[in-house]
Structures are given as structure tokens and as C-alpha cells.
Design a protein around this ligand. Structure first.
Ligand SMILES: NC(=O)c1ccc[n+]([C@@H]2O[C@H](COP(=O)([O-])OP(=O)(O)OC[C@H]3O[C@@H](n4cnc5c(N)ncnc54)[C@H](OP(=O)(O)O)[C@@H]3O)[C@@H](O)[C@H]2O)c1
Length: 184
């Protein structure tokens, strides 16, 4: 699959490495921007307050499926008029959109591949994005678990605070698994 990542840091660069290992072709864009026209799917992995600037420097986004991994910390809010960054992203691209990879810690990507059981990767968004979310989660070592439609993206973005609080309350960096009882 042809993937463009916007943001090539911990998340964008880390997932690009995993996806290349799984056989995908990844185009890594940073601050200078570039073109995403050849991509089947686009990952947004820039600081939460840089989404507008980042999307404005990238061409070829119209109608693309976008996976948005951004989080909002501290006083950072989504762009005016939107309850989440993911809904803002969809207003720009007009394609299937998912909030995903924002509740997993990038520094653990290396260790997830060797996990005894697959950790979960929460996502919310459009059903049309489901196949790509599930495939690219698996290719990064995770099992996608749906939280809801795109109206739940704000709820999912707010979970970042819980992830940090849990890590700082004694557990340290962690993965999580959500499973139906028959999978116990
Ligand atoms: N780190 C984690 O464990 C983690 C977990 C979940 C969610 N997140 C979220 O994921 C996002 C990325 O986090 P990260 O840790 O990967 O950050 P990071 O390592 O600091 O990387 C940020 C990337 O964004 C790019 N960037 C910054 N401003 C930009 C702009 N205006 N236009 C285009 N690109 C821009 C940078 O470009 P250059 O390469 O050109 O400098 C860099 O590649 C954040 O929203 C963060 O909250 C992070």
C-alpha cells in the first residue's frame, strides 16, 4: 500500500518504519510539506496545534482516507468550530477519517511486535476507514478496537490525558488490551 505520513517524528517515523517492514511504501513529509496525491491512506502525526499548518502545506489530500494520531495537551484546543482535530481534518479532506494511534505510546512500538498477545489500538471514525485502520494497526502490531463514529473523536482525544496520568501514577509506559470475555 502507498502511505503518506505527515509528521515524521516519534509517531509518524515510528509507524513508517513498522509499515515499511510490513511491505508498504511510505512517503515521509515534515514541516516543508509535499504531495500526498499518490497515497491510498494518509497519517497525520504532527503536534496537536499544528494540524491546520501541516495540512495547508500538503497537496493531493482531497478525498483521501486519513488516520489522525494527534493529541491535544494542556490549553491546546481543536481548530475553531470543531470539537476534535479529526473532525477538522475531515472538513479539509472530505474523505473517510479515523482517530487512531493517539492512545498508544510510540516508544513501545519496537516491543509490540514481540508481544505474547496483541495490544489494542482504539479508533473512532468513519466505517469506510475501517479496513485500512484494521490492516495498518495489525501491521504495526496492534488490534484495532472501535470506540465509535467520528463524533467520538473528541472523547478519544481526551483519553490522552488518562494515558499520561496512568503512566505517571506508577505503571510507567504501557500497552492495553480490550477483549471480549470469550477471548480470555
Ligand atoms: N509520542 C507519542 O508517544 C504519542 C502518542 C500518541 C499520540 N501522539 C501525538 O502524535 C502527534 C505527533 O507526536 P510525535 O511524538 O510524533 O511528535 P514529534 O516527534 O515531535 O514529531 C512531530 C512531527 O511533526 C512535524 N511538524 C511539526 N509542525 C509541523 C507543521 N506545521 N507542518 C508539518 N509538520 C509539522 C515535525 O516536522 P519536522 O520533521 O520537519 O520537524 C515532526 O516530523 C502529536 O499530536 C502527539 O500528541 C504522540
Amino acid at each position: 500500500m502507498n502511505i503518506t505520513v505527515i509528521g515524521r517524528g516519534n509517531i509518524g517515523g515510528g509507524l513508517a518504519d513498522r509499515w515499511e517492514q510490513a511491505g508498504h511504501k511510505v512517503n515521509r513529509l515534515g514541516r516543508p510539506g509535499g504531495d500526498a496525491g499518490a497515497a491510498e491512506v494518509v497519517l497525520v502525526a504532527v503536534p496537536g496545534d499544528a494540524v491546520q499548518a501541516a495540512l495547508s502545506s500538503v497537496t493531493g489530500l482531497s478525498g483521501k482516507t486519513v488516520l489522525d494520531a494527534t493529541n491535544l495537551y494542556g490549553d491546546v484546543k481543536p481548530p475553531a468550530g470543531f470539537s476534535s482535530n479529526a473532525e477538522y481534518v475531515k472538513s479539509v479532506t472530505g474523505g473517510p477519517t479515523a482517530k487512531v494511534f493517539n492512545t498508544n505510546i510510540a516508544s513501545l512500538y519496537d516491543r509490540v511486535a514481540n508481544a505474547r498477545v496483541r495490544p489494542s489500538n482504539l479508533w473512532s471514525g468513519d466505517e469506510e476507514a475501517q479496513r485500512l485502520v484494521e490492516q495498518l494497526s495489525l501491521d504495526a502490531g496492534y488490534e484495532a478496537v472501535r470506540l465509535g463514529d467520528l463524533s467520538m473523536a473528541a472523547t478519544q482525544e481526551s483519553l490522552a490525558h488518562s494515558v499520561i496520568a496512568i503512566a505517571q501514577s506508577g505503571l510507567g509506559e504501557f500497552v492495553y488490551r480490550l477483549a471480549a470475555p470469550e477471548q480470555l
